[in-house]
Structure formats: C-alpha cells, structure tokens
Design a protein around this ligand. Sequence first.
Ligand code: FES
Length: 386
Amino acid sequence: MKVKVSLFGLTDMLRFKNLAKNRLEAIENTKAEKLPEYPINDLAKYYHPYKQHLLIKDIREENETSKTFVLVPDAAEGTSKLAPFKAGSYISLYVDVHGEFISRAYAVSSSPEDAEKGIYEITVKRKEGGIVSGYLLDEAKIGDKLFSTEPGGFLTYDGLRDAKDVVAVAGGTGITPFVSMAKAISEGSEDFNLTILYGVKKESDIIYRAFLDGLKGKVKVVYVLEEGELPGAEKGLIDADLIRKYAPKGKAYSVFASGPNGLLDHMEKEVAKLGLPKKYFRLEHSPFTLEGDKNVYKMKVHVEGEVVEATARGDETVLAALERTHVVIRAKCHLGGCGYCRSRLLSGEIKTTKLSKVTDVDKDLHYFHPCCSYPVSDIEVEVYPY
Ligand code: FES
C-alpha cells in the first residue's frame, strides 16, 4: 500500500511538473467553437451577463461635487433586465468619453430589489483631474448609452462569516455600498444590524442626507465631521475608540470599511487595535496608482489577429493606454484581483501595484493584469477584446 501511494505521488508530481506546458498545448490545440445553447445558460447569463448595456434614465445632484446616476437596461442594445447582486457590490462601468470607452468601478447604491425592477444607481464624486468623473458630472445627460460588467465584489454581508452586528466605516462616496445595505435591510432582503460611521470633512459633503436621516430600526447612522458642528455628530477622525463606542457591548461585531485608500490604510491600523478575528474585518480598496516615470514608450498590441501600434506612458496603466488607443478589454476590479483584464506580455518590462495577484502558472506563461501594471520599457502585449 505504501508503495502504491508513493507511485501515485510520483505520477502526480510528474503531471504537475508539466502542467504549464500541457495546458499551453491544450489551449493552442483547442478550436474556438460555440457551445450549444442549454436552458440553464439563460439563467447563467441572467446572473453573470458578459456585458450589460445601460441607459442613463435620470441624474440627481447630491451636492456640489457629486451626482447620482440612475441606470436602466438598454433593450435596443439587447439588455432586457439587470443582473441581481448582493448589497455592497460594484459594477465596472464603461463610459464613452468623446469616442474613447473608459472603465471605472462604482459601488451600486440602489438595492437588490431595485435591480429586479431594472434600476442600478451609482454616485460619482468629482476627482481632481479625473477624466471619467469630470465627463459624467459635466457632460453626461439623460438618454446616454453606457455598458457595464456584471456586479461583484467582497464588501457584502455573509451570515456564515460575518457577525450579526456590523459597524461600517465610510468616507466620502464610500457611503454608497452601505446605502445599498441599509436599503436591503429596510426591504428585508438582508438581516443584520448596521451602524454606519460616516466620515466627511464638513456637513455639506454628506450625500444621501435625507435617506440617511430617515433610517431607523436595524440601521443607525453617526456623522463624523472633521470641521464644523452638527447636533449628534462626532468630531475628528474615525478611530478604534470611536468604533468601540458604537459597537455592541459584549457581543461579536464585524467592521466593514469603504472610502479612499488613505482612510482604508488608517482603518487597517485602527481595527488591528480592536483585536477582532480577521474574518470580521472587510474592506475594498480603490485602484492604487504608482508613481510612474514620464517616458512615453512604444506599445504593440496584438488583438484578434491584428497588430496595433500605439504608445503607453510610464505614468499610466497599460489598461489606460489601451483605452486611449480605442482597444477595449474587459476590466472589473481595477485592482489586480478579479483576473478579468488578464492579458499577455509578449515582450518588455512592467511594474505592478501591491494588490496584483497572478498565479504562478500565469506568471510562467507571461500573463499580467493591465489594470494595475505600468510600462517601464517598450512593450508588446496580446489582449482579448470586450
Ligand atoms: S480588472 Fe480585475 S484584475 Fe484587472
């Protein structure tokens, strides 16, 4: 018996040794044939649509720097209903900025029930120098067409993993996933107690004010202002002491955090002081930027048998360079974690942000994630169009 186990082990080792080579051969020898249509495919497409065509149905001004966009399915382009999602999810939205489709991830602030009625809402805040936020806030209008990926993400409540009480820490438009959770709790599709600590610089930065002020029952909101006064609000920055103050006493609780990366880095340090089990702390970063060089590199793009010659700047991601070149690829998280933008580096050098995750097999085959990779030399890439 011992000998048999060893032999199996040896065979396994040999198989793994050649895994990358065999997989590459299998991929190269596989013909691209359309799969037959089974009824279950309709359900799969509903839950995981490849692409959702959307129309802007309404635009609401939240404050001086933010607007909420109401998005509905664009039946004329083939999308008749929207994919369902768990409160706290985000979509990657593709916006046509003067003929150039640029993708950005936005948390959905509407509820899962709204999605069943054919509505997603996202809130966009002006970012200094932001191409997409600037376009959406200044130029987008009702009736404009966009498209998106399916919703997804990790900042969602899971009754098996998370405590029944959640203290949510939000900064700026990081409130939007918690607005969706609050709506889902009010509608009964989620069942947990949510205390939101909503940090803003000043009172006028609060968005969704009327909705948040009207919440009661299982959802409580505490504003935390850096400047000025507001009855019932806390002052200063959200830290471990403030979380302790509003967390349930003598009971387990989870902490969810959403907002700018600076706030999330700060929360990682503060939450460490609380001694919570790791599973009780969840956050979702915004895309990281790397300090790139000012060089303009040559970029050769292989896309569906064609070769496009373009440029890529040292201070932009390869994804941004592709989008500038009108080569649209699938991208969802923009962080290097989902693998949607997986492409191949045929030659040249790149550097990547800290959250980029590429498997060892993919590394051997020179796959990389353009969403979080910056060129440091001329590059040649193979991409898969969306
Ligand atoms: S978009 Fe998720 S890895 Fe690039």
